[in-house]
Design a protein around this ligand. Structure first.
Ligand code: SF4
Length: 1024
């Protein structure tokens, strides 16, 4: 390297700061310099220009012929680097059984925004990846997705079945056989010399109530909790066992501490009954203005990689303007295109104030879509040619009527049934059914007679207006730190672009008022009338239907199938008023409020509450937990201190079985660990969460042989083999011979994972009465789907085999690109009545406060479970700062073991605004101590202007104590460990307990939805 270049490099390092960055990047820079001079290990490189880079995955000759590398194939895989779950392609060395490179699956819309038709032969698609055409057709993985293949050979990976050889959490393990594992967990016994432990067989009592005084809690079998991280393609298999064979009600996943606040708020707009939590994403291909609040495309969100690519394309084409509202400057904002994208800084956890300010501004400045909102039902929507319709004109019964919060129905006034809502006809002011094909009045306040009682009713839009007008724009501005002129500017842009504008959100909503914040943000879209519109907010198209219960095999129904009964451990989806506890209090003449702890009437099951509920015995205690890849102790604020200590005590939870590829912060406390197959070794079917307008189902299959032990039946140790073996040992229905019916009435066995997933693949191949074509021998050979053909031939009917080969060779089934739109509408549309007022929410009485919830968007600010404001407990004087988290575009919560990622981004400093740092005497790169009422962490200060004053920001994914950061012992020998995996800080160690939950304690959760709180933690900071 010449002197000038070296001097530049050194100067760059100095300019970058001698603190965090110099420390963090010194090693990679050293290696880079050494590599430039001498090759990466001090020896000359293979090639002067390409260094030791791999040979290309394939070459295209001047005659346009594709030539594959020797002993190499390129197989489709599914990434699990984040919840986007992109379809990728893995270059596999078939002799070494090793993945050597990962890039994007060109067929897959999450990796290629203009993917070719699935019918295009594999050879043709691969050829298009090369040369000049490769630039247009390139399909990529993000940095994380490209690096995670190395997890297969990670030294921290588990490949042995282990049980603990010491106390829980001590880090001492011993290997055991599969047979011993199954025997012990099913039969129980004195497993650890600590007394008798009930096995899964004894716990499964599906007849006896778990609590005779509270029969609504359901049977004793509910004392088994089964969790997974989320649906990474194996959900249907695991739920089939949990609900329909074992019969426990309790299944949980990470949603409660990921983005549930957002999903609940979006669900309140999309789903009147809140039985589902639909959401949408901007139609980036056609949008003209996107306002992102608490989510930053190209930095995070879902679909992360696809949105980043779409954003880059749209702003480069000059079609799109966008604004990201966040406490920290996100990657989405580029100086290269600063006229297109803008950052609006906001104080943490105050997005509800901004959203309500925008609602108020739009209402008061003719910014709402009156023609759209005036259509009360599907008939009026069709007549007015609107993309969807909302309940803006439906009439809400007001207090003091005992059923305040629900809609006025035709039955109330003897005009019809209870399904028909009443609205005011815009043409004559008379009441009419919402089903009429006419517009209705938007602003209504009037009195009607219900059973002879004069009752006030207001239109939904009137209720929303009153909610927005509870504060002035100046007050909202003061609260969120966004000036009134910027609020007006954002309102103007939304108004100007109308249905080509949209407002998006995601994990940034996880504050102490998460649900109402997200409800307010998504309501902005309803007011614009953009939902289902091309260029507006697009509901996801979802997957191709029928994978589980499809046209060829019925995988979900079997003889002896049962359904779960009783109350979820997290007290969700059940009204407190229907509980025996409530009835007893009322019968005793007591006030039924508050309940002992919150009941989350409209929420999905919450892993944020499951464990605290079990430890508090409210509603009941747990006896066993099967955890598949869940890590709540790392992911829930305050959980490590509170739940971790309890989990260490077997008396609190007698049996804890983990299934995972690694030891994480939670599974470190398990009694047994079953090593799991990783994503490239396992089967699974997933669909995009949202943000893909074409129907898409990803099919993953083992492209390499699993590293876990092989069983006698040819399967490998992992989730499926464990569940099947447990079920067979217990003689549970649905496992063994003759339990899967095909479309001709024949029965098939379920003994191995492929028995289940290959039949699911056949369903996918034949879905929609539109079977895919047969795969060619060339398709199978190039992708190595040929590797699966012997198993396919043993399992499936002849006419299914090549079609399943087609699905495997493409990595799924994908609708054509053009199918995403129909004229000026999205092709996949939501057909429910969108809620300005959500009647389900508006009819709920909060179990702690005893107050009716508001059925529309509102600003409450961060609160605790009893409804008291956070600042009433932790004053600004004592805790002047607010901590916020943001997603890393490099690291996820479980990827720290990937060395290539740590080389790029080894740790996460603590971001602080320059003025706050000056006040606290903190210099850039200095060690700091950050304290909240719930915990303390120490890290390196990153002093910057790219963070709003008063905030502290921490990037998620670091500060691990496990995953390889701590040394464990297996059979008396140390397991691989590297303290560098513990680099940086974990914001969740700062999480608070809820000081108002005196009886059944838990960490701070959103007061209505139960989502974890990680935005806006009160804090103080000091230099070290
Ligand atoms: S966005 Fe990146 S890490 Fe996430 S699934 Fe896609 S490739 Fe993997």
């Amino acid at each position: 390297m010449d002197k000038k270049r070296r001097a530049l490099l050194q100067a760059g390092m100095i300019a970058g700061g001698t603190g965090a960055f110099a420390l963090g990047y010194a090693d990679p820079v050293n290696k880079a310099v050494k590599g430039l001079l001498n090759g990466t290990s001090g020896v000359p490189t293979n090639d002067r220009i390409a260094g030791n880079a791999l040979q290309p995955e394939f070459m295209v000759t001047p005659d346009n012929e594709l030539v594959m590398g020797e002993n190499q194939v390129v197989s489709p895989v599914q990434c699990f680097g984040c919840w986007t779950q992109c379809g990728l392609r893995a270059r596999v060395d078939t002799q070494a059984n090793k993945i050597i490179r990962i890039a994007g699956n060109p067929y897959h819309p999450l990796s290629n925004t203009h993917a070719p038709a699935q019918e295009t032969p594999v050879r043709e698609v691969f050829t298009q990846l090369a040369g000049e055409s490769g630039i247009n057709n390139r399909s990529t993985a993000c940095a994380r997705g490209a690096a995670l293949g190395e997890q297969l050979q990670s030294p921290y990976r588990l490949t042995q079945i282990m049980n603990r050889a010491g106390k829980r959490g001590e880090g001492k393990w011993q290997t055991i056989s599969f047979e011993q594992l199954i025997k012990e967990v099913v039969e129980g016994g004195d497993l650890f010399g600590e007394g008798h432990v009930e096995g899964l067989a004894a716990i499964r009592d599906i007849d006896t109530p778990v609590d005779a005084n509270n029969p609504e809690y359901g049977p004793k079998a509910n004392q088994l909790l089964v969790t997974n991280a989320g649906d990474e393609g194996r959900d249907s298999f695991l739920k089939r066992f949990t609900f329909n064979s074992y019969g426990t009600r309790n299944f949980g996943h990470h949603g409660g501490y990921c983005g549930f606040g957002y999903r609940a708020g979006a669900g309140a707009v999309f789903n009147p009954d809140l039985k589902k939590f639909a959401h949408g994403k901007p139609d980036w291909d056609n949008a003209r203005f996107v306002l992102c609040i608490g989510t930053s495309p190209a930095q995070a969100g879902n679909p992360f990689k696809r949105q980043g690519r779409q954003l880059a394309e749209a702003r480069s084409d000059g079609k799109l303007d966008y604004v990201v509202v966040a406490p920290t400057l996100p990657n989405s904002i580029s100086r290269l295109n600063e006229n297109r994208g803008h950052w609006v800084p906001i104080k943490p956890a105050t997005d509800d104030a901004l959203a309500m300010a925008l609602i108020r501004w739009l209402i008061e400045n003719e910014g709402i879509n009156l023609d759209y909102l005036a259509q009360p039902g599907p008939a009026a929507q069709a007549r007015a040619k609107q993309p969807s319709h909302a309940n803006a004109t439906h009439l809400v019964i007001q207090a003091p009527h005992p059923e305040a919060g629900r809609f006025l129905t035709a039955a109330d006034l003897n005009m019809g049934d209870t399904d028909t809502h009443l609205v005011v006809d815009a043409s004559n002011g008379e009441l009419m059914a919402h089903t009429q094909a006419r517009p209705a009045k938007l602003w209504v306040m009037r009195t009607v007679n219900i059973n002879g009682v004069p009752t006030e009713v207001k239109s939904s839009l009137q209720c929303l207006k009153e909610s927005a007008q509870r504060h002035t724009l100046a007050q909202y501005s003061e609260r969120c730190g966004v000036s009134e002129s910027i609020i007006a500017g954002l309102g103007q842009e939304l108004k100007r672009h109308g249905t080509k504008a949209s407002v998006d959100a995601h994990g940034g909503m996880m504050s102490g008022n998460a649900f109402y914040t997200a409800f307010a943000v998504i309501t902005l879209n309803t007011l614009l009338g953009n939902i289902n519109a091309k260029g507006g907010l697009a509901p996801g198209a979802g997957g191709v239907a029928g994978v589980e219960g499809g046209p060829r095999y019925d995988l979900m129904n079997f003889d002896g199938k049962i359904g779960p009964k009783g109350l979820f451990l997290s007290r969700n989806r059940f009204a407190y008023e229907n509980s025996s506890e409530y009835q007893r209090k009322v019968a005793a003449g007591e006030s039924p409020y508050p309940s002992r702890a919150p009941w989350y009437t409209f929420s999905s099951p919450l892993l944020t509450e499951h464990l605290a509920a079990a430890f508090g015995g409210y509603p009941y205690r747990l006896k066993a937990w099967i955890s598949h890849m869940t890590n709540p102790l790392y992911g829930i604020g305050g959980a490590q201190a509170f739940l971790g200590e309890k989990l260490k005590d077997p008396a609190q939870l007698p049996l804890f079985i983990a299934i995972d590829g690694f030891i994480n912060e939670t599974t470190a406390l398990a009694d047994y660990i079953v090593p799991d197959t990783l994503t490239y070794e396992s089967w699974g079917f997933t669909k995009p969460w949202s943000g893909v307008p074409q129907k898409t189902t990803t099919a993953r299959w083992p492209v390499v042989t699993p590293a876990t032990p092989r069983l006698e039946n040819g399967d490998y140790v992992g989730l499926e083999s464990f569940i099947i073996a447990v079920a067979k040992k217990m003689n549970l229905p649905g496992y063994g011979d003759n339990v899967i019916s095909d479309h001709k009435g024949n029965k098939h066995g379920l003994h191995t994972s492929s028995d289940f997933y290959l039949r699911a693949a056949a369903n996918l191949a034949f879905a929609n009465n539109d079977p895919v074509p047969d795969a060619s021998a060339d398709d199978l050979m190039l992708t190595n789907a040929a590797r699966m053909m012997p198993l396919i031939k043993d399992t499936l009917a002849t006419d299914e085999q090549r079609k399943v080969g087609f699905v495997l060779s493409r990595g799924g089934r994908f609708a054509p690109f053009a199918s995403g739109w129909e004229d000026e509408l999205m092709n996949s549309r939501i057909n429910t009545t969108l809620c300005i007022w959500n009647e389900t929410v508006g009819s709920i009485t909060h179990s702690m406060t005893g107050e009716k919830l508001l059925g529309c968007a509102a600003e409450y600010g961060p609160r605790f479970a009893d409804g008291s404001p956070m600042r009433a407990h932790y004053s600004e004087q004592d805790w002047p700062l607010l901590v916020t988290s943001y997603k890393s575009h490099i690291m996820s919560s479980s990827s720290i073991g990937a060395e290539r990622l740590r080389m790029i981004h080894p740790e996460n400093p603590i971001s602080i605004n320059r003025k706050d740092a000056e006040r606290a005497g903190i210099k850039h790169g200095q060690g700091v101590r950050l304290t909240t009422p719930g915990g303390q962490i120490e890290g390196i200060a990153l002093v910057r202007d790219g963070i709003v004053e008063g905030a502290i920001a921490i990037e998620h994914g670091y500060g691990h104590t496990e995953l390889g950061a701590r040394a464990h012992e297996l059979d008396g020998k140390p397991m691989a460990a590297n303290p560098r995996l513990g680099a940086g800080v974990n914001q969740n160690l700062l999480g608070l307990m809820d000081p108002t939950r005196k009886d059944v304690a838990n960490v701070w959760l959103d007061w209505t939805s139960g989502a974890a709180v990680r935005q806006g933690l009160p804090a103080k900071i000091e230099a070290m």
